[in-house]
Design a protein around this ligand. Structure first.
Ligand code: COA
Ligand code: NAP
Length: 257
């Protein structure tokens, strides 16, 4: 985590929903390395415990399903009670699988909407009363929010909605001294999301070649974008959708499916 030395979050509190694996765990670890007291949450207690063990002194973990608002609110309330008002909340829990629309059941579509879109609203809604002022909220979006893709109708619909939540809350909560932004990760190597969308070496290579910077990203690349938005460097940035993607979205993403 070399780049994280650029930022200092000593004395700050950061809560990462979905922060127990992949990109979001990398984000949680980057904030912890920069001095923050971190909380993470996801469904599986074993993943929560393993993540907390990597997050330094005072880290707290919660097992909940982001689809259940009461559980999300209870966890954020508890974290704020124990660690103090929350400076940064990151909402990144998500589900994805490739499926042609004609073979996708309504419940399959709904599952992703419930996790990604409803889950984002649940986290934002539960975070608001627990935020420090000034405070920063960041939603983890995806290229699917801005680029139509085959076999991704459920994810495209959900993540486009996530970015609209970002923009609406950015406007509504600016008077509360809260900023709300989205970060769109590019293709991030070694993650569940990439493994599901590009499961073979040939597909991976096609993805790499489709990125203008000719490499996949890593969780730290995404963490640095989050830290910029959450830091004083981003103090006038509000309602933005920031891609940390090597130019992938700008170039027009085509998944190799
Ligand atoms: N293709 C088509 N439909 C699928 C599917 C697939 N690969 N995987 C799940 N579904 C459908 C199921 O058939 C079910 O619909 P049905 O009741 O009509 O049969 C529906 O989705 C819900 O499945 P279920 O397994 O009960 O969902 P869940 O709530 O336990 O899990 C998922 C949610 C499906 C998104 C699961 O993949 C998950 O937990 N993902 C988290 C990790 C992840 O996706 N990481 C990448 C982040 S980008
Ligand atoms: P990941 O490792 O599967 O991370 C997803 C996290 O969310 C895990 O901690 C998971 O833990 C949790 N989670 C899933 N469903 C949940 C639920 N219902 N309630 C609570 N927690 C839940 O995936 P990733 O690939 O790193 O993706 C992380 C984020 O980046 C996602 O928002 C994704 O859309 C976005 N993204 C990823 C890529 C990529 O290249 N991977 C690209 C663009 C955007 P549990 O299983 O314990 O619940």
């Amino acid at each position: 985590m070399t780049g994280t030395a650029t930022f200092d979050f000593t004395g700050k509190t950061v809560f990462v929903v979905g922060g127990t694996s992949g990109i979001n765990l990398g984000i949680a670890q980057a904030f912890a390395a920069a001095g923050a007291r971190v909380g993470v949450a996801s469904r599986k207690q074993d993943k929560v415990d393993a993540a907390v063990a990597t997050l330094g002194e005072g880290a707290l973990g919660y097992a909940f399903d982001v689809r259940n608002f009461e559980d999300v609110a209870a966890a954020l309330n508890d974290f704020a009670a124990q660690a103090g008002k929350i400076d940064v909340v990151i909402s990144g829990a998500a589900g994805n699988f490739p499926a042609p629309a004609v073979a996708l059941s309504p419940n399959g579509f709904k599952s992703v909407i419930d996790i990604d879109l409803m889950g984002t609203f649940h986290v934002m809604r539960a975070a608001h009363p627990n935020m420090a002022r000034p405070g920063a909220l960041i939603n983890i979006s995806a290229p699917q929010a801005v680029q139509a893709m085959p076999f991704q109708v459920h994810v495209c619909a959900a993540k486009a909605g996530v970015d609209m939540i970002t923009k609406c809350l950015a406007i509504e909560w600016a008077p509360d001294d809260l900023r709300v932004n989205s970060v769109i990760p590019g293709p991030i190597d070694g993650t569940e999301g990439m493994d599901r969308l590009a499961p073979t070496e040939k597909m991976r290579e096609k993805v790499v070649q489709s990125v203008p910077m000719k490499r996949m990203g890593n969780p730290e690349d995404v963490a640095l974008a989050c830290m910029f938005l959450a830091s004083d460097a981003g103090r006038y940035v509000n309602g933005q959708i920031l891609a940390a993607d090597g130019g992938w979205v700008a170039g027009g993403v085509t998944l190799p499916m």
